[in-house]
Structure formats: structure tokens, C-alpha cells
Write a protein that binds this ligand. Structure first.
Ligand code: TRP
Length: 463
């Protein structure tokens, strides 16, 4: 039997603090690293439009589902599924899936986050001085192959995250979110104003804001949905855990719209900062994942004050990754405390160690020091194999199960009461229910079918 909801659970100090922490979790490498290059790959404007629609009609309703579950139970995912399903072992298993997925994502997310830390140090040492563009680009390839360094930076990032989470919800997460999220915004806006002055700004504006519908493909649409989903931090009970620290009188729908609206705004500003630089120097917008780490340093080196601009930019990435890793670690910590009755500190130490150990093959993926035959067997390195597996299978699958759970399984009265909170906007309820019962599950099933190559909608349309 689970214990009654206790009143001792720590809560956010303020609504604003919660919103900054949740936005900090959402705004991460997904918006600043992935969004610009995936939008570039898929033709710009049309992708942005689909991303916007996906945020509104898929992510907003699901985000509310997680908040509803967390606040109703005041527990992390495993207990929340168990309590709300009246102790069904299958649904509790869904909670464990969410928790395991968090560990996996944390383990490889920390590797990429480690690169951002590495690039701050590189920038401070003015690493582009006297190098040709090829030499600057090659630094990233060198880093990928340097296994020991990847381990070092990954471990460093895990420690940084643990230090933030150590202080608890208010003194740790909320306190640091109040510093890091505004700092991130200030850096981004400063760089954005700089980008406005560049000759390529108008081209970037046109590229990102005017949709060219001939570029819309089913796979492009689904990758926009998938990315918006990843960016919103959905599926793994993270928002659920953050929601469990909320007080009963908060209005969930309006907070969700504010959080995801600002996340979308930041992703757009990030793209509008990066693309003017890309266009001004005649680079291709479809550079792929190296866009941020390979192309931008080349460009920074040709701008006035490369040391300052480059350091600021990579510091921005560190902050944004940190507020996201904090949410991943907090999700593991909260659930470990509840499941194993460990202390907070013990939960943090053991979760960090587990993420580090699981992250070792990801950190060593580029160097081939571990599992050298992984690449030839799976046709992708370890890092790419598990990140693709989780992005394509587990993320949409967890989202699907959450929408089904809240839409069909959870107690109706409790669900509706949590949705409404203190708000009188009961007219929103039928719309939300329609989305989570029909629209979200159908779109997520299509996403799973396409993402896992079970069906190719592009090929279906061309036939
Ligand atoms: N949303 C973050 C980003 O865009 C990453 C992230 C944090 C995440 N928590 C998550 C992704 C939970 C999936 C699930 O970078």
C-alpha cells in the first residue's frame, strides 16, 4: 500500500520559480542545438510552422497531463501511475519505463552537454586564433575521437548537475533556475541583436518565417512533432515530478501555455541568431549536427571579438543544458527517494554514478575504444544507436501511454478537478479531452510507425 499524501513534501517557493525551472528543463540542447539544424535540413519556414502546430496541439495537452498526474498524487512517476491506477502493476511498470528512460537519456545528454563545457574552455583560450576554417572544424572531430576527454567533460557535467540538485527543490533547482534561465535569456538576446545587424538577417528571416509548402514531407512533419516533443521534456515523467511540487490552487493550462510559448520563442530566437551568421558567410543551412560546434566557431573567428562572442555563446549552451540535466536528475532522485526510501543525498549520488556508468559507452563512442565492432554491426555508433532508439521508440511510446492513461484510465473527477484548479475556464476541458483522447494518440502512433521505419509515409505518398 502506498502511504497517504504527506504534507511535508517540498513545494516551489513561487509560481514564477516553477515556471522558470520548467522552461529551463524544456529549453535545452533541443532548442539551441537541434532545432536550428533540423529546421535547416527540412527547408525552414514550413518546418517551423509544423513545429508550432505540434507544440500547440500535441505538447500543450500532454504537458498538462503530466502536471495533472504529478499534482494529483504529489509523487514521482512510478508512484503516480501506481496510485492513480489503483495499484495496477502494469501501469506502475509504465512509471518504471519512464524512470529507466530518464536514466538513458541523462547518460547520453550529459556527453553532449560535456562538449559545451569543453567549448567554453576552448573559447576562453581563443582556440580559433591563427587557424584555418578547416583546422577549426577539425577540432570537433578531434574531440569526438578523444575518449578520455569525453569522459572527463561528461563526468564534470554530471557533477555540476548534482551540485545544483543537492540543495533540493527550492534552494537548489528553483534558486539556480532563477539565475541561469534569465542569464541564458540575456546572452541570447545580446547575440540576437548582434545577428540583426548582419547582412544575412533578412534572408534568415525569410528562410525561417515564410513557409515553402513544396518542402513539406510527411517525414519532415513527423520530425517536427518528434523534436517538439523532446524539447517539451515530455514522456519521462519529468514534468510530472515538477508538477508534484505544485500547490493545488495553480492554474495548469495557463502556466503550460506560458512555459511552452516561451520555449518556442527561444527556439525561434536561437535560429534567428544562428542563420543570419550562416547566410552572411554563404554556408549551407543544412549543415547537420555539426552546425553549432563546427560551423559557428569558424564564423566567430571572423567576427570582431571572437573570444567574447564565442565564450558567451557556449556559456549559453552550458546554462541551457544544465537546467535540462537538472530536471533529468531530479526525476531520478525523486523516484529513488519514494521507491527505495533512500535519503535525497544518497539518491543523487547513486543516480549520478548510474548515469556516469551507462554514459561511458556513449562518451567513448567516437573513439571506438569500447565495443569497436558496435559500428559495423549496428551501422551506427553506440551513442547514435541508443539516442535514436529512445527518440524514436520510447519517447513517443511513453507519450502515447500517458495520453491514454489520463484520457481513459485515471479517475475522471480527479482529472477534471486538477485540470481546472482555481480557474473557471471549464469550456477548455472538452477541447483538452478531445486532444488527449483522439488527436495525440493518433499522431503519436503515426510518429512511431514512421520513426521506427515500420511504414514510410513519404514512399506511400509518392506511389
Ligand atoms: N527538453 C530538453 C531539451 O530540449 C531535454 C530534456 C530534458 C528531455 N528533460 C527531458 C528530453 C525529458 C526528453 C525527456 O534539450
Amino acid at each position: 500500500m502506498s502511504k497517504p499524501i504527506e504534507h511535508l513534501r517540498e513545494h516551489w517557493g513561487s509560481r514564477f520559480g516553477f515556471m522558470l525551472a520548467a522552461a529551463g528543463s524544456a529549453i535545452g540542447l533541443g532548442s539551441l542545438w537541434k532545432f536550428p539544424y533540423v529546421a535547416g535540413d527540412h527547408g525552414g519556414g514550413a518546418f517551423v510552422l509544423v513545429y508550432l502546430l505540434a507544440t500547440l496541439f500535441i505538447c500543450v495537452p500532454l504537458f498538462i497531463c503530466e502536471l495533472v498526474m504529478g499534482r494529483a498524487t504529489q509523487r514521482g512517476a512510478v508512484e503516480a501511475f501506481s496510485i492513480l491506477s489503483r495499484q495496477s502493476q502494469n501501469w506502475k511498470g509504465m512509471g518504471w519505463l519512464a524512470l529507466t528512460s530518464t536514466l538513458v537519456v541523462y547518460s547520453y545528454y550529459a556527453v553532449v552537454s560535456g562538449w559545451t563545457l569543453n567549448y567554453v574552455i576552448l573559447s576562453l583560450s581563443n582556440f580559433t586564433a591563427g587557424k584555418s576554417p578547416e583546422e577549426i572544424r577539425a577540432v570537433f572531430d578531434l574531440l569526438l575521437k578523444a575518449g578520455g576527454m569525453n569522459l572527463f567533460w561528461q563526468f564534470g557535467f554530471l557533477l555540476l548537475t548534482a551540485a545544483v540538485v543537492w540543495g533540493g527543490v527550492r534552494k537548489g533547482i528553483e534558486h539556480w533556475a532563477k539565475i541561469l534561465t534569465p542569464a541564458l535569456l540575456a546572452i541570447l538576446i545580446a547575440l540576437f541583436f548582434y545577428a540583426i545587424t548582419m547582412p544575412g538577417f533578412h534572408e534568415a528571416l525569410r528562410f525561417l518565417l515564410i513557409p515553402d509548402f513544396s518542402k513539406v514531407t510527411p517525414s519532415g512533419i513527423l520530425s517536427a512533432v518528434g523534436l517538439s516533443f523532446f524539447t517539451a521534456s515530455l514522456g519521462f515523467g519529468i514534468i510530472l515530478t515538477y508538477g508534484s511540487y505544485l500547490r493545488p490552487d495553480e492554474n495548469l493550462p495557463s502556466m503550460t501555455v506560458a512555459i511552452l510559448g516561451s520555449t518556442l520563442g527561444i527556439a525561434l530566437i536561437a535560429a534567428l541568431t544562428i542563420f543570419p551568421i550562416v547566410f552572411s558567410f554563404g554556408f549551407s543551412p543544412s549543415e547537420g549536427p555539426g552546425l553549432v560546434f563546427k560551423v559557428l566557431p569558424v564564423l566567430f573567428s571572423q567576427l570582431p571579438a571572437p573570444l567574447l562572442i564565442s565564450t558567451l555563446f557556449f556559456l549559453l549552451l552550458v546554462f541551457t543544458a544544465l537546467t535540462s540535466t537538472v530536471s533529468l536528475l531530479e526525476n531520478m532522485t525523486a523516484n529513488c527517494i519514494e521507491q527505495f526510501q533512500w535519503s535525497r543525498k544518497k539518491s543523487i549520488v547513486l543516480s549520478t554514478l548510474a548515469a556516469f556508468m551507462l554514459g561511458v559507452p556513449s562518451a567513448l563512442a567516437g573513439s571506438g575504444q569500447l565495443f569497436p565492432s558496435w559500428q559495423p554491426i549496428y551501422n551506427a555508433d553506440f551513442f547514435a544507436t541508443i539516442s535514436t532508439l529512445w527518440d524514436r521508440w520510447f519517447l513517443p511510446l511513453s507519450g502515447l501511454l500517458i495520453s491514454i492513461f489520463v484520457g481513459y484510465v485515471m479517475d475522471r473527477q480527479l482529472r477534471d478537478k486538477e485540470f481546472l484548479g482555481s480557474s473557471k475556464a471549464s469550456y477548455l476541458l472538452p477541447g483538452w479531452l478531445f486532444l488527449i483522447r483522439y488527436v495525440v494518440p493518433i499522431v503519436l502512433i503515426l510518429l512511431i510507425l514512421e520513426g521506427t521505419n515500420l511504414v514510410s509515409f513519404d514512399a506511400l505518398i509518392h506511389n
